[in-house]
Design a protein around this ligand. Structure first.
Ligand SMILES: *[C@@H]1O[C@H](CO)[C@@H](O)[C@H](O)[C@H]1NC(C)=O
Ligand SMILES: *[C@@H]1O[C@H](CO)[C@@H](O)[C@H](O)[C@H]1NC(C)=O
Length: 365
């Protein structure tokens, strides 16, 4: 034991001195816990794919989005700053995965540490947020297939298999399917919420299976959050309460999704997954905001009108001076502060939110 102790010798002191001169930063040099991070889903994790969709209205590449980002730059993130995809990458020791459509060189090197396929406005169903507005999950997975092919050419199937089996795959979606069902009149594919939830589950099952077939072995699947509490839906109540009907369908979907993942695990035995209960953490934060550093859980920070949710966050909109004490950035999306707390919980959170394990355990599995 004695020999293992770090002795405070002159040599050690000089060693540490030299290291601090070189600008050693423990946060930056954190070891990579996974070789790559692949992200799928909606605006909660889009880092700029929709900037490249000419006809899309689901965009965030203008002020005041990004007001707390480096150089106050709108990036296409639906946030005042970073989103959960950024924070998760940092936790794992990686840079934020680049937006798939931002990559001009379709090379193995640009895909090596992961790619972000997520698209604002998209959902689980083919019919959600489509008509050129966003990249459907089906297409996101097809884009991943193209990445897979490029990597196989360079690394060989065995190399890719090994690389992907250690990588983390993240799916954050489902809110738009539920929101579309309750907000719009056109209910082509979905109809009633009961059928909608069943459809969402069937689709998710096949989406996760597809990722597995391409080599994913570690998958984080987030449930749908408390979407009934976003400022836009609170507007529908005179007293600005959450829409509990919408929340209850989100919760039903989450329960079914959890059960489906258990089924999938018994079918695909070497699949490891983490289910994250976004609904529960949002409810807990909204009920007890001060414990998490928040003051405002109802109004958006950026927008116009009641709850700053009548008109979206646009360059002409007002925005709150303190983004750190708001849960919601705009009428639908969380602030950077909220995204950070969510990402922390996804990574290290308690079993109250993550079953059967959190992402730290998942990447080490
Ligand atoms: C969704 O779209 C994809 C690609 O266009 C298609 O292959 C698939 O069958 C569709 N799924 C359903 C359930 O309609
Ligand atoms: C991951 O899955 C494998 C295969 O079922 C299992 O042996 C292993 O224990 C799982 N890892 C964790 C951390 O549960």
């Amino acid at each position: 034991m004695e020999g293992r102790r770090v002795l405070v010798t002159k040599k050690n002191i000089i060693f540490f001195f030299v290291i601090s001169l070189l600008g050693w930063n423990p946060e930056l040099s954190e070891a990579q816990m996974a070789p790559a991070l692949f992200i799928f889903g909606d605006s909660q994790v889009d880092v700029g794919n929709n900037n490249h969709l000419l006809l899309s209205i689901a965009k965030a590449d203008f002020p005041h989005n990004g007001i707390d980002f480096a150089r106050q730059q709108p990036t296409g993130r639906f946030s005042n700053g970073k989103n959960a995809a950024d924070f998760l990458a940092k936790k794992i020791g990686l840079s934020s995965s680049p937006a798939y459509l931002s990559l001009s060189d379709e090379t193995h090197a640009s895909y090596m540490n992961g790619v972000n396929f997520a698209s604002g406005g998209s959902g689980i169903l083919n019919s959600t947020g489509y008509y050129g507005k966003s990249i459907r999950l089906t297409e996101q997975i097809h884009n991943f297939f193209k990445v897979h092919q490029v990597m196989v050419q360079k690394m060989g199937s065995n190399g890719v298999e090994k690389h992907f089996s250690k990588s983390l795959f993240v799916i954050v979606t489902g809110s738009n399917d539920i929101l579309d069902c309750f907000e719009s009149e056109s209910k082509d594919e979905t109809g009633k919420p009961r059928e909608l939830v069943d459809l969402m589950i069937n689709y998710m099952k096949s989406h996760v299976k597809k990722l597995y077939e391409f080599g994913a072995r570690k998958v984080l699947v987030a449930g749908v959050g408390a979407v009934g509490c976003v400022p836009r839906l609170r507007l529908r109540s005179k007293t600005h309460e959450c829409d509990e009907e919408v929340n209850s369908w989100a919760a039903k979907y989450n329960e079914q999704l959890k059960a489906t993942l258990v089924e999938l695990k018994s079918e695909l035995q070497d699949l490891n997954y983490s289910f994250f209960d976004l609904h529960a953490i949002m409810q807990n934060i909204i009920r007890n905001p001060t414990a998490h550093g928040f003051k405002e859980v109802k109004a958006a920070c950026c927008g116009i009108g009641v709850l700053r949710a009548k008109i979206p966050c646009l360059p002409i909109s007002l925005y709150c001076p303190n983004r750190k004490n708001h849960v919601f950035w705009d009428l639908y999306h969380p602030t950077e502060a909220m995204a950070r707390i969510v990402a922390d919980a996804i990574f290290d959170g308690p079993s109250e939110y993550s079953v059967p394990m959190n992402v730290r355990q998942l990447v080490l599995a």
